[in-house]
Ligand binder design. Sequence first.
Ligand code: NAP
Length: 285
Amino acid sequence: MKTGVIGLGVMGGAMALNLHKAGLLYQVWNRTTAKAEDIASQTGVSVAESISSLASECEAIIICVSKDEDVLDVVNEIAKGIKPGSTVIDTSTVSSDTAKQAAEIINGQGGQFLDCPVTGGSEGAKNATLSIMVGGEESTLDNVREVLSAIGKKIIHIGPTGSGQACKAVNQVICAGINQAVTEGLAFGDALELNMDKVLEAISAGAAGNWFMDHRGKTMLAGTYAPGFKLKLHLKDLDICLEMADKLPGYDLTLTDVTARDYEKLVEMGHGEEDISTLFRLKKA
Ligand code: NAP
């Protein structure tokens, strides 16, 4: 299946390379052309002249851009070129409402749309081990399963359009809590002047062990915060979650709210482009 990727950042760039390994990558496009040229030189595929020309050439079109308005901008350009029967797969993290709007635009041109947010971090994107939460028609998913299998190891059909993004919101709420717990716990151990290499080794093997601590524990203790997952992107996700919770009468996402406020402080301090583990900065004594 001829597959194109639009948005070649940390996640999309790695997905494109894995699609190439699976023999599926046909074309790429990125707003900053240098990134597209880099992927093209590594894979031999062409850089599309425009989003609409990529859409007219590809049967599966993967989007991986930052936020809601970016997805809708890209989808409106895809709509100018898409062939009936082609499928747009949005792997960005955005709101369920945006997924529904995007689906309407693409369906209006005879195309199919799946909201397919992912989890597993930059490592998951690189190693093609992402978990993919799919919203949309199951028959559409079946048509593009080989494409999703090239970038992820778990593909779960959650339900109708928008439900993939709703599932991702649940994931992001939990990640907000895990970030609070891990950064606070490791900063506490550091303040107690423990040997933190030994602490990490001991606690990772037990009930406190988790993906985030395994992948970001050592780097945060060393004071390095290269993304990974940019803090400003997780803040964007938490704002989506808080807006969703506001629509549920009497519902409160306390820990998510605290984390979003901490992230806002870190953005003001100039750390928005760093990995979310930069929360450790606020926890240190
Ligand atoms: P990133 O490295 O910052 O890349 C963002 C990409 O979006 C870049 O290619 C950027 O183009 C493009 N872009 C932004 N605005 C655009 C617009 N208006 N039109 C066209 N292209 C636009 O971010 P990332 O980490 O890959 O994340 C991408 C998405 O995946 C986000 O929604 C994020 O929340 C989600 N996600 C990230 C992770 C993670 O661990 N990093 C995990 C799961 C999900 P330029 O190169 O021109 O800036």
